[in-house]
Design a protein around this ligand. Sequence first.
Ligand code: PLP
Length: 295
Amino acid sequence: MTQVYLNGHFINQQDAMVSVMDRGFMFADGAYEVIPAFYQVPFRVRQHLARLDFSLSSIRIENPLKHEEWLRVFDQLLAQNSGEHQSIYLQVTRGVAPDRNHLWPKGLEPTVLVMTTPLQMKLDEDFSHVQGMTAITTEDLRWKRCDIKAIALLPNVLHRQRAEEAGADEAILINEQGQVTEGSSSNVFIVKGNEIATPPKGMPILGGITRDLVIELLQFDVNYQLSERMVSQDELHKADEVWITSSTKEICPVTILDKQPVGDGKVGPVWYETASRYQRYKQQLATEYRENPPT
Ligand code: PLP
């Protein structure tokens, strides 16, 4: 039976109920995080918790748990639920209000939900299974604070659905100036020659934890010039390689964009190099964990 954590209790998922007056249900008034856990160890968890702090303070909800308390909840759920690798989903809403009013009453108790789902991940460098993804470009319909990981995801849902209906795996979003912002649930990198470019962090995009790790893994490599800069739709279409990144997708090569091949239409060499560094980094953390399991 899958266990979830709801407002201080570990319970069966089918018994987890929230009031219809919860402001998350009424107004999508809340924030969330998705944290991958490999070998039951949450990956880059400090970074995810820092981003949660940022999201919650931006929407003026006090974080209901201290970092150490979040970690204890994650550990307990990961141990109770099956899956060597799991994805942790947490959501904090402003809480249950007495009536439906945009204005929030003082003193609400935030609603806290944490759940996990099994993650199918390969933790090795055998990329023989890797196939490129397909993506489309589409107009970015979202609000001005995409740096907040808000549970209000209606535009993202519509973008993803549009991609699906066009036979694609992901939608890459283009702003009014014809520049790439990010994917419907991912960040975007392009490779042209020896330059690897990704849009800069700021209010138009979510500061992805995977994006930051990719930058960390590449930034001191003299073979590449890493740029955090605006990328035009035209540059995206003319790139040698396009990647999207997220905690559950990791780094995915896009080989078909708007029904045209990206570069030569094959998974590119810079992707192979970056993805193997990423996998090595994960392996290293997993090995350290196995040699020194937390007591
Ligand atoms: N951008 C958006 C809009 C997302 O929803 C996500 C993840 O879900 C990302 C970027 C990637 O963020 P992360 O690497 O932290 O998963």
